[in-house]
Design a protein around this ligand. Structure first.
Ligand code: TYM
Length: 348
């Protein structure tokens, strides 16, 4: 189990234990990276036992950037296969595609009438994604409202996600509270973010001052979960460190961002805390740290890849999972949407 903070499994309601609801999602905009895996996807299977877990393939979010129509379904099935290879069990969890449930876009419109322009304008991710981008569409701007709808439709208590989503989840909380207050009701659960202790922001390997991202133009900056062994070894060997003499393997994000990033990756994947790792590497070389990171990353990725290639070829099975996931999601989504419509005064 990754080192998660804000972890709570059950809520006691009038002396009765109730399972909490978990919701998370990723965009089918390419094969997930090591950052996506450590930051969130890796923890999803552990939640299944104790939470009602719902995991979504956020294809509607992906179209804020132009996607190749011939590749969108393929990318979604790739992502689903990654979820399954990370041991998310469709018999226990609900796994579905966002565009299969129209309630997401319906709620999104309604919630956009309860969200202010100024609130969206402050979103850091919008500012970042607008830079050097000719396609600054309204979807990119209102993206956090669709995200709030994803989360709030399923009466979510906990959202496991990376740090880059924290501001969006804060906005989801604000919208939920605002809506509940206006209608003097508890229509929405107010969700909380769950982040990993040291892996909530894995940084780019050759430029550890920016986030590891699958859309990075420099492929050396990220490790894809389907990268070959040779390319993983090469990318980690070439990861930026520093020129301290003698070499110092210490966690210091400001002075030693490259070393800190490698320590975070190792800490999350081995379950050893950073202080323990610093002691272990105290008289060792950067090369030793890198070799350990390579060994650990390969151990995880090889397991995923082995499962991935056997699952990915079963397209019929994958489509069935999405169909049944969508049916399961429908019940909860419809229920919330009806409550929202009733509160507003819209008739079904
Ligand atoms: P996406 O597809 O960009 O990323 C999926 C998840 O991976 C996390 N993540 C990282 N964690 C640590 N280090 C990194 N370098 C790193 N890069 C990405 C992200 O925080 C995310 O948890 N908008 C979302 C998808 C989404 C969603 C939702 C998430 C749609 N609806 C509702 C949570 C709840 C996104 O673009 O994720």
């Amino acid at each position: 189990m990754p080192n998660l903070i804000f972890y709570q499994k059950i809520k006691i309601n009038k002396g009765e234990y109730v399972k909490l609801n978990i919701f998370s999602a990723a965009q089918p905009s390419g094969i997930p990276t090591l950052g996506n895996y450590i930051g969130t996807i890796r923890s999803w299977n552990a939640f299944q036992k104790n939470y009602n877990s719902i995991y979504c393939i956020a294809d509607l979010h992906a179209i804020t950037k132009r996607q190749n129509p011939k590749l969108l379904l393929k990318n979604s099935l790739d992502l689903l296969s990654i979820y399954l290879s990370c041991d998310i069990d469709p018999k226990i969890s609900t796994i579905f595609m966002q565009s299969h449930r129209p309630e997401h876009t319906q709620l999104s419109w309604m919630l956009s009438c309860y969200t202010y322009f100024g609130e969206l304008k402050r979103m850091v991710q919008f500012k970042e994604k607008s830079k050097n981008n000719k396609n600054i569409n309204i979807g990119l701007f209102s993206y956090p409202i669709l995200m709030a709808s994803d989360i709030l439709l399923y009466q979510t208590h906990k959202v496991p996600a990376g740090l880059d989503q924290a501001q969006h989840i804060e906005l989801s909380k604000l919208i939920a509270k605002r809506f509940n207050k206006i209608y003097n009701s508890n229509i929405f659960n107010v969700p909380e973010l769950i982040i990993t202790q040291s892996g909530s922001r894995i940084m780019a390997l050759s430029n550890p001052k920016k986030k590891m991202s699958k859309s990075d133009k420099n492929k050396n900056n990220f490790i894809s979960l389907l990268d070959s062994e040779e390319s993983i070894i090469r990318k980690i060997k070439n990861a930026q460190t520093d020129s301290d003499q003698p070499p110092v393997i210490k966690y210091d994000v400001i002075k030693k961002p490259g070393i800190s990033n490698l320590l975070c990756i190792l800490s999350e994947l081995t379950g050893k805390n950073i202080i323990e790792l610093e002691t272990y590497f105290s008289n060792k070389l950067y090369r030793d740290l890198k070799l350990e990171v390579i060994h650990t990353v390969l151990e995880h990725i090889k397991k995923i890849q082995k499962k991935y290639f056997s699952i990915r070829s079963k397209e019929k099975y994958l489509i069935e999972i999405l169909q049944s996931g969508s049916e399961k999601a429908k019940k909860i989504a419809n229920n919330t949407l009806s409550k929202v419509k009733n509160a507003i005064g819209l008739h079904s």
